[in-house]
Design a protein around this ligand. Structure first.
Ligand code: ATP
Ligand code: MG
Length: 256
């Protein structure tokens, strides 16, 4: 086994990265895939969204990146079968600054995950809303990057910087990094704007970057799930939000 490592990244805030990371990780795990979700965001929203306190675990991504703690000593099995979590805690707030002086600072995560990737089918990395060292570490460690884009005005704003960062990482740190695709989030089929943004994005990227067929609808259940500490497929299995992430997971796994 050799995990496929996927960064979920977009430096734009609040576009659905963490919701996608948690929901997709749960879908993969439910399909029997050994899945590890790494929370790379000091906000620790993925950790909290899976029902864990920010500072509950002794080790976290901070200890892995800054103190050389092996990833295997920081991750744990969640309450969901086949799903493991490498949590974040508030120490992660200092990571960006502390990494400035670290040796080979862009490849720390890659080196750490290399020793455990044989245990998993998928490793998903939930990135923070910035293009700093944490995101660069994630991209350097990944096989591909999945980009959530919110179906709203200025959806593509900032995308140039993200694509530039990906190109930079491909050139200097990780030549095999691919773009998994774009996933459209918070789509409201009732509004003209959502439909227009979807059409515009599909046309713009046609033949260049995959835009997943599965579109994530705006859904109150999706926004409520994190406060219950469970993924959407457990919180509200029979809702459009759960179906859309199940479809996305199946598209990603290549199941039609
Ligand atoms: P950040 O950049 O802060 O890390 P993010 O890109 O990870 O944000 P999320 O945290 O997933 O974005 O989502 C932002 C907010 O929107 C959250 O409150 C979340 O619950 C809500 N949200 C995400 N996806 C949906 C959706 N499809 N429908 C309704 N609400 C959503
Ligand atoms: Mg997030």
């Amino acid at each position: 086994m050799q995990a496929r490592i996927i960064s979920i990244a977009n430096q734009k805030g609040g576009v659905g990265k963490t919701t996608t990371a948690i929901s997709l990780a749960a879908v993969l795990a439910e399909h029997g895939k050994q899945t590890l979700l790494c929370d790379l965001d000091p906000q620790a929203h993925a950790t909290i969204g899976l029902g864990y306190q920010k500072n509950q675990a002794q080790n976290s991504i901070s200890e892995v990146l800054l103190d050389g703690v092996p990833a295997s000593d920081a991750l744990f099995k969640t309450r969901i079968e086949n799903l493991f979590l490498l949590p974040a805690n508030s120490n992660a707030l200092g990571i960006e600054v502390q990494l400035i002086d670290a040796e080979n600072r862009e490849t720390i995560l890659k080196r750490s995950l290399d020793s455990i990737r044989y245990k998993y089918d998928y490793i998903l990395l939930d990135c923070p809303p910035s293009l700093g060292f944490l995101t660069v570490n994630a991209l350097t460690a990944s096989d591909s990057v999945l980009i959530p884009m919110q179906c709203e005005f200025l959806a593509m704003e900032g995308l140039v910087q993200l694509l530039n960062t990906i190109a930079h990482v491909q050139k200097s740190l990780n030549p095999s990094l691919g773009i998994e695709g774009i996933v459209l989030t918070m789509h409201d089929a009732r509004t003209k704007l959502s439909r227009e943004v979807e059409t515009e994005i599909r046309q713009y990227f046609e033949g260049r970057i995959r835009v997943f067929e599965s579109v994530i609808p705006r859904s109150i259940k999706l926004s409520e799930a994190p406060s219950h500490g469970v993924p959407i497929t457990q919180y509200a299995n029979l809702t459009a939000g759960a179906w859309s992430y199940t479809n996305l997971g199946e598209e990603l796994m290549g199941i039609e």
